[in-house]
Design a protein around this ligand. Structure first.
Ligand code: GAR
Length: 195
């Protein structure tokens, strides 16, 4: 069984979806072995601890952050890395080291409303501001271009009259993110298990 690390920065509802998927058997080719947070106050850490998953907090910046991250991942024999609400951009050196082993969930249909500066609630503000009628979520491989790696799964979500960014964020999470992130995680773990 492959070891999965989940990288988080905030509330961790996507981490919760991964934990639930492991318990229900949707994720069966890998095991969530570690949660790494870039923020010591992230509620995601509580979710991990409540489920007996080891946690590490790394609040350093830039190259120091990545050096410590690599050491931590190697110490836990991590094969697949899932970015679940992780609010840092990883360097090309790091993404090359783990090529095709890092995936990210983004709360829009890439290539809309993505790239540097498009994260969290801002993405939904951008979608409402533009006036699109359909948005959604994307899970993609992570490379050196922010939100630029190849797409694994996408799911569309309708925008409704009177939506606020908060209401839309919740719908996109419930209808898309919490479904496709566990599914994509299983696909990638299966792929690496067969190699
Ligand atoms: C999620 O909507 C996720 O897609 C988004 O942040 C939220 C984190 O929520 N990620 C990005 O915008 C990355 N560019 P969570 O901590 O409850 O999973």
């Amino acid at each position: 069984m492959l070891n999965i690390a989940v990288l988080v920065s905030g509330g961790g509802t996507n981490l919760q979806a991964l934990i639930d998927a492991q318990q229900s058997g949707t994720i069966k080719s890998g095991k969530i072995a570690l949660v790494v947070s870039s923020n010591s106050n992230a509620y995601a850490l509580e979710r991990a601890k409540n489920n007996g998953i080891e946690t590490v907090v790394i609040e350093k910046r830039g190259a120091e952050f990545e050096a410590e991250l690599v050491k931590t991942l190697e110490a836990h024999d991590i094969s697949v890395i899932v970015l679940a609400g992780f609010m840092r951009i990883l360097s090309g050196d790091f993404t090359a080291r783990y090529a095709d082993r890092i995936i990210n969930v983004h709360p829009s249909l890439i290539p809309s409303f993505c790239g540097k500066g498009a994260y969290g609630l801002k993405v939904h503000e951008m979608a409402l501001e533009y006036g699109v009628k359909v948005t959604g979520a994307t899970v993609h491989y992570v490379n050196e271009i922010p939100d630029g790696g190849s797409i694994i799964l996408q799911k569309a979500v309708e925008i409704q009259e009177g939506d606020t960014p908060q209401v839309l964020q919740k719908r996109v999470m419930e209808q898309a993110e919490w479904k496709i992130l566990p599914q994509a995680t299983e696909l990638v773990c299966q792929k690496w298990s067969e190699k």
